[in-house]
Design a binder for this molecule. Structure first.
Ligand code: BGP
Length: 485
């Protein structure tokens, strides 16, 4: 028999500033790196951008009304740094703060718990220009200043805060796969910038505990559990390597303030380990998050690297079939100069799992495995801060979206988290990605995730009408019955 969901479980939905707001230069906002990146020819995704996005900046009241009608208990959104500090530092833009204050007030009025993300990938362009953004230690100070402005302003209105969204993803996309700004393929820089972000995260968490002692803060990590291809001990070892390299490399730092030894040594041998200065480890160890945000989409399956052991034919086929057009799924290329995975593991297809239209594995049991592994290793309260299905939704002539596939996806994941809770996992909430359709970073507007359809496409904003999908009514029921449906 399954345990009930906790009484005050936070049934939520999530979003990010650049993906929904629009108003890219409204009311004194400065440019972020994403405002510019999507306009570089050849870098644009379907030639579209977030200038208008789904116009949440002007329509937030309508959106919150839809959330309230649904009975949503929590709403995760991110603040655009350059709306608050157009130059990244210095002058505060009151109009920017006011936008978020109005949004937060509207949420609170409707008994929807705001979950505020400080950083969802949109560093001010001014700081990128000034000192290459996350590559400079100056950003630690500047990020802290920005975070403190928000802590001070919203300390009585917001209890749950997320520091960084998917640090693992935006550093890899930005410094390896050339898919995000600053689009510099240089793994040494990636590990250096990543270390600086760790320090910025720790410093901001310490400031938070000083200013908002009753609140809760944590990073949201993009976690994918690693599976061994089979029980060949070499492959099990590869799984161990994959789990450490892809996951513990960040999580151990967040929770314990230290880098896992095997990966550090490995990177050191390759000459790409981050530079640890005096005082760094003390800072990392001083900051403990209050919860861990977990973004879960899929895991990964690995086998021993070919260098260690030649592949069987069947495995070679599986490996060959692991080719993806989505850079999120790219595996290290041979020609990639310093591929740090070399000697550690090789990604292969999981023959047991179906995939989405974008090649992402659909693996509901994986969310239970994820929560169990994280509970076991870190023993900290967790919140699922993202989970959802990207699909090509069709609007019928009478304006309905019959997204039964999304219901099926979410339902099976919710069932698995209930099992995880029954197992003993300390889970405080579940935020589906996303509330409305929005801009997918690499896929434009046609990869839809929302409970609410937005009538726009890549090139035309049409009327941006909001149309609740079938899944909207399904989730409303889930919330009403606290997960029983
Ligand atoms: C996560 C991001 C989200 C969101 C989601 C879906 O990595 O934190 O911002 O975009 O993935 O990704 P995509 O839009 O690429 O399908």
């Amino acid at each position: 028999k399954l345990d009930d969901f906790p009484k005050d479980f936070l049934w939520g939905a999530a979003s990010a500033a650049y993906q929904i707001e629009g108003g890219y230069d409204a009311d004194g906002k400065g440019a972020s790196v994403w405002d510019n990146f999507t306009k570089i020819p050849g870098k644009t995704f379907e030639g579209t951008n977030g200038d208008v996005a789904v116009d949440h900046y002007n329509r937030y009241k309508e959106d919150v009304k839809l959330m309230a009608d649904m009975g949503l208990k929590a709403y995760r959104f991110s603040v655009s740094w350059s709306r608050i500090l157009p130059e990244g530092t210095g002058e505060i833009n009151e109009a920017g703060l006011l936008f978020y204050e109005n949004l937060i007030d509207e949420l609170n009025k409707n008994h929807i718990e705001p979950v505020l993300t400080l950083y969802h990938w949109d560093i001010p362009q001014a700081l990128q220009d000034k000192y290459n953004g996350w590559e400079s230690r100056q950003v630690i100070e500047d990020f802290d200043t920005y975070a403190r402005v928000l802590f001070e302003r919203f300390k009585d209105k917001v209890k749950y805060w997320v520091s960084f969204n998917e640090q693992n993803v935006f550093t890899a996309m930005g410094y390896r796969w050339e898919a995000h700004p600053p689009s510099i393929p240089d793994v040494k820089k990636m590990f250096e910038a990543n270390h600086i972000i760790n320090l910025a995260n720790a410093k901001a968490i310490n400031s938070f505990h000083e200013i908002v002692p009753d609140g809760m803060i944590g990073p949201s990590f993009g976690y994918g559990p690693m599976y061994a291809f089979d029980c060949d001990p070499e492959n099990v070892l590869a799984e161990l390597n994959g789990e450490e390299f892809q996951n513990h490399w960040w999580l151990d730092v967040y929770i314990h303030g230290k880098y896992p030894k095997v990966t550090f040594k490995h990177l050191d041998r390759l000459g790409i380990a981050p530079t640890i200065e005096e005082g760094d480890l003390a800072l990392l160890q001083s900051a403990k998050p209050d919860f861990l945000g977990v973004n879960y989409y899929h895991g990964g399956t690995v086998r021993a690297n070919e260098i260690e052991r030649p592949m069987e034919k069947e495995e070679a086929d599986l490996e060959k079939s692991f080719e993806a057009t989505d850079p999120y799924l790219m595996k290290p290329k041979d020609e990639q100069a310093q591929s740090p995975e070399t000697m550690m593991f090789t990604n292969v297809n999981n023959p047991y799992l179906e995939k989405t239209a974008w090649g992402w594995e659909i693996d509901p049991v994986g969310i239970r495995i994820a929560l169990r592994r994280l509970q076991n290793r870190y023993d900290i309260p967790m919140m699922i801060t993202e989970n959802g299905l990207g699909a090509y939704d069709e609007l019928t002539d009478d304006k309905r979206v019959e997204d039964d596939y999304r219901i099926e996806y979410l339902k099976t994941h919710v069932e698995e988290i209930q099992k995880a809770i029954t197992d003993g996992v300390d889970l405080i909430g579940y935020c589906a990605w996303s509330f409305t359709d929005l801009l997918s970073w690499l896929n434009g507007y046609k990869k839809r995730y929302g409970f609410v359809y937005i009538d726009r496409d890549e090139y035309s904003e049409k009327n941006l009408e909001r149309i609740p999908k079938k899944s909207y009514y399904w989730y409303k029921k889930v919330i009403e019955t606290n997960g029983r449906e």
